[in-house]
Design a protein around this ligand. Structure first.
Ligand code: DCP
Ligand code: MG
Length: 509
């Protein structure tokens, strides 16, 4: 399974890149000058395969080996991810669910179980931290690991052979602690190259890029392989005759700055040459207070967005004050209509709990997003979620991705007088018997919602450990049927063990 890349292979990796969270830290951040990259392939990037769908297949034996689509199942729903069986039919992340249904009508369409994804994510991150103290999570299913910081004696020389063997063991460990999820791993001399590499042999693959071979690997790839190069930037570059990284290498830094702006242009110039010395930064213990709201149909009015964010700033500040806390870093989080999440942060010289100060920073962060080459048009195309956070240290953004699919809307219900002339933001609906939701029946035990409608809910009675189970239907108000939820604070030291799986019952939603 493991593959060392040491020579050019033009067939590989020319597609656009998944895991859009690269853009959240600002394209090209920290790439202002030419710096040395590492001599050894000691940056590891790990990304779970078809993450949400794989968790569903793990927990729903009848869906294993079958097309599964996770996302919004309503009329305006968008696909979050699809199992590899569904991808054969062309189903992709961010596609409308309607389109996905027409391409693959026999797939199971599920609305997502975020507690289960968070639990799997915690188990993975725990396994990575066993491997090295320096782990930087990028999203629920993705992280960098600095192998140079690992105490493991087999990594002492950081040779291609030893990092390859180590990475294979790590992949096996991830599968073990998640009860069967697979992942893809890239190892290289930089974050950029490790991330490129982990995508080359997906799913269930390992690619180690031998030091010194980075540029020949990149040259035939599309410029979209570079973080921050989305459709708008790619289009500008294409009009200038630049399609591959090899083309990009021919363009001077001045010309790139002229084409795509200074911050972006300088970053592109360096990444085209595989110059990336960004360190792996361990996630610090971050105390933060945040508020967010999710909207059932997309917001596209910038003024309304600003109004909602300012209102959230007031709430965050009030919570900070109530808790006797203050923070220096203010973050806004925006989930776009295609479910990609973007954030912008600014750090103040002094900690604050002032609503006016938070609101001022929030306004300027929104303005920054609205002015961005990629983010501006995306923002105007529609926003599903807005949030404001204040933290002592750094990113607060990652911990509750996709809260909106749970139907939560924390920010709703606040009052505001100056908003009279603004349209009311659409509210998220609560989902009832959402397809795929975990349930428990007093008599039949654990199962999941197969579908509901016309006063009837149909449940398949099976769990991760059982064989594929039978299907039964009940009235939607059957008092013996309850939603089941993984208790949030379950210890995850042994996520494969029975204690982490059984949990308790929750009230019906
Ligand atoms: N996700 C989402 N909306 C998107 C992209 C992703 O909700 N537009 C969610 C669902 C994915 C998870 O994030 O399962 C991880 O994203 P990845 O890009 O890593 O995609 P997958 O893990 O699903 O597939 P792959 O095997 O390509 O990594
Ligand atoms: Mg993934």
């Amino acid at each position: 399974m493991a593959r060392a890349v040491g020579s050019l292979d033009p067939a590989l990796g020319t597609g656009p890149h998944g895991g859009g969270l690269w853009t959240t830290r600002g394209p090209g951040a920290g790439l202002g000058s030419v710096r040395d990259v590492r001599r050894e392939a000691s940056v590891l990037h790990l990304d779970l395969d078809a993450f949400f769908a794989a968790v569903e297949q793990r927990d729903k034996p009848s869906l294993r080996g079958r097309p599964v689509v996770v996302g919004g199942t309503g009329g305006r729903g968008v696909v979050a991810t699809a199992s590899y069986e569904a991808r054969i039919y062309g189903v992709r992340s961010a596609m409308s669910t309607r389109e996905a249904r027409s391409r693959c009508p026999h797939a199971a369409f599920l609305s997502g179980r975020f507690g289960a994804y968070r639990e799997a994510s915690r188990a993975v991150m725990g396994a990575l931290r066993e491997a090295s103290p320096l782990v930087e999570p990028l999203s629920l299913d993705e992280a960098f690991v600095d192998l140079a910081a690992s105490p493991d004696p087999t990594l002492a020389d950081l040779s291609v052979e030893s990092v390859t063997a180590f990475a294979e063991r790590l992949r096996a460990r991830v599968t073990e602690v998640t009860d069967g999820l697979t992942c893809s791993v890239g190892v290289a001399t930089s974050k950029f190259m490790a991330k490129v590499a982990s995508d080359l042999d997906k799913p269930d693959g390992l690619v180690v890029v031998a030091p010194g071979t980075e540029r020949e690997l990149l040259r035939p790839m599309s410029v979209t392989v570079i973080p921050g190069v989305g459709p708008a930037t790619a289009d500008r570059l294409r009009r200038a005759g630049v399609q591959t990284v090899a083309d990009l290498e021919q363009v001077s830094q001045e010309e790139l700055v002229r084409l795509v702006g200074s911050a972006h242009g300088i970053g592109l110039f360096h990444l085209a040459r595989a110059h990336d010395d960004r360190p792996v930064v361990a996630e610090r213990e971050t105390k933060s207070v945040s508020v967010e709201g999710t909207y059932d149909s997309d917001l596209s009015d910038l003024r309304l967005m600003e109004h909602l964010l300012v209102r959230q700033s007031g709430e965050v500040a009030a919570r900070l004050a109530k808790a006797g806390l203050s923070g220096r870093t203010v973050t806004i989080k925006v989930r776009l209509h295609d479910f990609t999440t973007t954030s912008r942060s600014a750090t103040l010289p002094e900690p604050t709990d002032s609503p006016a100060v938070v609101a001022r920073v929030v306004r300027s962060l929104l303005a920054e997003l609205a002015a961005g080459v990629e983010t501006g048009p995306a923002l105007r195309a529609g926003v599903r979620l807005l949030g404001v956070g204040v933290s002592g240290l750094a990113d607060w953004v990652q911990d509750d991705l996709f809260a909106d699919l749970d139907g939560s809307d924390e920010a709703a219900g606040t009052t505001d007088e100056e908003a009279e002339d603004l349209p009311e933001p659409p509210r998220a609906r609560s989902s009832g018997w959402a397809p795929g939701a975990d349930v428990v029946h007093d008599e039949h035990g654990r199962g999941w919602v197969w579908g509901s409608g016309r006063g009837v809910v149909t449940v398949r009675f099976e769990t991760r450990e059982s064989p594929a189970g039978p299907v039964r239907s009940f009235p939607v108000d059957d008092p013996a049927l309850h939603l089941w939820q993984q208790p949030e604070d379950e210890p995850t030291d042994d996520p494969g063990g029975p204690a982490a799986r059984e949990g308790g019952l929750s009230a019906p939603g």
